[in-house]
Design a protein around this ligand. Structure first.
Ligand SMILES: Nc1ncnc2c1ncn2[C@@H]1O[C@H](COP(=O)(O)OP(=O)(O)O)[C@@H](O)[C@H]1O
Ligand SMILES: [Mg+2]
Length: 349
């Protein structure tokens, strides 16, 4: 049995922040204030990550994801608990740890702004003292995945966000680290670029067996890349298991998608909101358990997330049919996105 490459044991991180007061008088008061409060950004988190894993580290805004990553990379020191990363305590041995890891913080490039990417790569080669052969092998591997000529000779500042992210990811893998941390790598990218970035990450993980910790808001990233996910909210860990376990737990949930508009009708926001309300009312007056269904809209479709332990599809269709014509319908398994939304809402209790 292999041993974990990253190990967090009861890790907590607290920040001491000033209690802010409002208005000008408040701002002046703040200058002299001793009025602090403690924010527990990460609360008693433990996990073992095995070599070669891609772990999705998920949670809503402010959950504590970036703070955890900063501790794993050695930028921050835990208030309590311990971290080991590839045999090193990251915040005690930052330089040594830097040799073992790569980091990308989405939308904040680590590359030198004014330089063509290739020169940044050369500098990184010197910093990490990458051997000539290793460097060449890595560049060849990159060349087999992306069009390096198009990327390498442009100053980073002239690049699109997508190109810059590509370069940042390539740069983070350049010294062939054991672990790479990707904090929101696909944020702000269009669909095509997202899928390119996912392909790249998948390839690099496969080719180099690099362990990858990925934080993201995009469930597309999770579905494409992660077998395992860890979910935190308000600093506390809510879930740590295979993604298949997640959907298993919610096996009784299915999504019913309905077209309630004819082709001629326009599915603008007001109309869709009206339909969501109407369907919610219809189901509400027929089904007593309000947790049995959630109604929302996506494009021109009404989506109903059903808990089949509490109600059934045929009944739901009948109730709606009495009030509205159904032009088309689809029934799908619950999506990862809906599952995670449920967990945030406390549905896993
Ligand atoms: N340097 C800091 N000083 C004070 N509070 C911070 C600091 N960094 C993060 N926080 C707070 O800790 C919590 C978790 O933040 P963060 O780890 O950035 O969340 P996430 O990356 O999941 O969105 C938030 O409430 C945030 O405001
Ligand atoms: Mg963050």
């Amino acid at each position: 049995m292999a041993s974990p490459i990253i190990q967090l044991k009861n890790v907590t991180k607290e920040f001491k922040v000033l209690n802010r007061h409002e208005g000008l008088a408040g701002s002046i008061k703040d200058l002299f204030s001793q009025d602090y409060k403690i924010i527990r950004a990460v609360d008693n988190v433990s996990m073992d990550i095995m070599p070669g894993e891609i772990v999705g580290y998920l949670g809503p805004n402010g959950a504590g994801k970036s703070t955890t990553i900063k501790m794993m990379t050695g930028i921050l020191k835990p208030s309590e608990g311990t971290i080991m990363c590839n045999g090193v305590v990251p915040y005690d041995k930052r330089t040594q740890n830097a040799q073992n890891i790569g980091v990308v913080f989405g939308q904040r490039s680590q590359l030198w702004w004014a330089l063509p990417a290739i020169e940044s790569f050369n500098i990184l080669r010197d910093i990490y003292q990458i051997e000539e052969k290793k460097y060449k092998d890595m560049m060849n591997l990159y060349g087999s995945i992306v069009d390096m000529d198009a990327l390498m000779h442009k100053p980073v500042r002239q690049m699109s966000l997508g190109q810059r992210t590509l370069c940042d990811i390539l740069a983070s893998f350049l010294h062939d680290p054991a672990v790479v941390f990707l904090d929101e790598p696909t944020i702000g990218l269009d669909v095509a670029m997202k899928s390119k970035i996912r392909e790249l990450i998948k390839m690099l993980n496969k080719e180099r067996n690099t362990t990858i910790i990925l934080t993201t808001h995009d469930m597309g990233d999770v579905d494409a890349l992660c077998q395992r996910i860890v979910i935190i909210d308000k600093g506390k860990m809510l879930f740590d298991d295979g993604i298949d376990k997640l959907t298993e737990t919610f096996g009784a949930y299915r999504t019913l998608s309905l077209s309630l508009l004819s082709k001629k009708e326009k599915a603008d926001e007001a109309r869709m909101n009206e339909l969501v309300q109407k369907v919610t009312d219809v189901l509400g007056s027929n089904i007593s358990d309000k947790n049995a269904f959630t109604v929302s809209s996506r494009d021109d479709q009404i989506e109903i997330l059903l808990d089949e332990k509490k109600t059934n599809v045929m009944k739901v269709l009948n109730y709606i049919q009495d009030e509205s014509r159904i032009y088309d319908m689809h029934l799908n398994e619950i999506s990862t996105e809906s599952v995670i939304k449920k967990i945030y809402e406390g549905g896993l209790s």
